[in-house]
Ligand binder design. Structure first.
Ligand code: GUN
Length: 283
């Protein structure tokens, strides 16, 4: 059993981005990322801080817009509009979820597709669907990169994704399909879930429930990817997989923390670099 080191793979992706950023700077281009955080969700706060730190590390300019939970839809949309029009900002990310009362879809659609480094805009989602895209969604693309780094082939494999969110489950299934996986998407209405998950060569858990995937749901030798970020009964950070009991059945497994999370951020850096290049007419 191998524990996949997301931190290590992420560090090498960020190193590549930093190198390219250095070369861009010689042409007078500094990639800029705007990060919008509305309200004070503590988990979102941590994610946003990590994104800012990664920007510093690779040499991007990052600007944080911290808005109170009472922010109105109009105020948020007018900030997005301002950022869409700023030439020094290449990527715009609005951390989700938004506080109650704000319309996430409207905000996602308001972000210019050229600056949509999350790849959440329907124009970018549609392009991913047909395999002609500039940006890939950060978490699924980070997972694909991690599989590649460990020489884990998807071709012809039984891939099972638990979860059907627009952020992870649906795009994850599409990226696995692009690499010729045979993909099943499971969700809260799925019958005989463990019968399906047990058959998976590659199992991706994106449920949002602490330790949801138990040892009896996993087949011998499976590759298990844990997207979860939860707190267990003692308040300790844990994933969607019951790691201690599942790990010995796996050929590969990702830990939480230190697995998928750092890869999400590394992909965000790649997307922001790409956005800067596209907007400068380099790519
Ligand atoms: N919330 C959870 N994951 C993400 C992500 O990848 N991007 C944004 N913007 N919000 C998130």
């Amino acid at each position: 059993m191998t524990i996949i080191d997301g931190k290590k793979v992420s560090a090498s992706v960020k190193e590549q981005v930093a190198e390219e950023t250095k070369a861009l700077k010689e042409k007078g281009i500094v990639p800029g990322l705007a990060v919008i955080l509305v309200g004070d969700d503590p988990a979102s706060r941590v994610y946003v801080n990590n994104k800012k730190k990664a920007c510093e590390l690779v040499g991007f300019k990052s600007e944080e817009f911290k808005l109170p939970a009472e922010t109105t839809q109009d105020e948020l949309l007018s900030l997005v509009d301002e950022l869409n029009n700023r030439p020094d900002i290449n990527g715009i990310l609005c951390q989700l979820p938004l506080p109650k009362g704000l319309d996430e879809n409207a905000v996602i659609e308001a972000i210019s597709p050229l600056k949509d480094v999350d790849a959440f805009h329907k124009q970018n989602v549609g392009r991913i669907m047909i395999g002609d895209y500039d940006f890939l969604p950060c978490t699924p693309a980070g997972i694909m990169e991690m599989l590649k780094a460990y020489d884990i082939s998807v071709d012809g494999k039984n891939c099972v994704v638990i979860g059907r969110s627009n952020i992870v489950g649906k795009p994850m299934a599409m990226l696995l399909l692009h690499q010729n996986g045979t993909v099943t998407i499971c969700h809260s209405h799925t019958k005989n879930l463990s019968k399906i998950t047990k058959n998976a060569d590659i199992l991706v858990a994106a449920v949002g429930v602490a330790k949801f995937v138990k040892a009896d749901m996993v087949g011998e030798g499976a590759v298990v990817i844990d997207v979860g970020m939860n707190r267990d009964e003692n308040g300790k950070l844990c994933g969607d997989v019951d790691f201690d009991n599942v790990k010995d059945k796996c050929s590969y497994i990702t830990p939480v923390p230190g697995g998928v999370g750092p890869m999400t951020i590394a992909t965000l850096m790649k997307n922001t670099l790409k956005a800067a290049k596209l907007q400068a007419g380099i790519e």
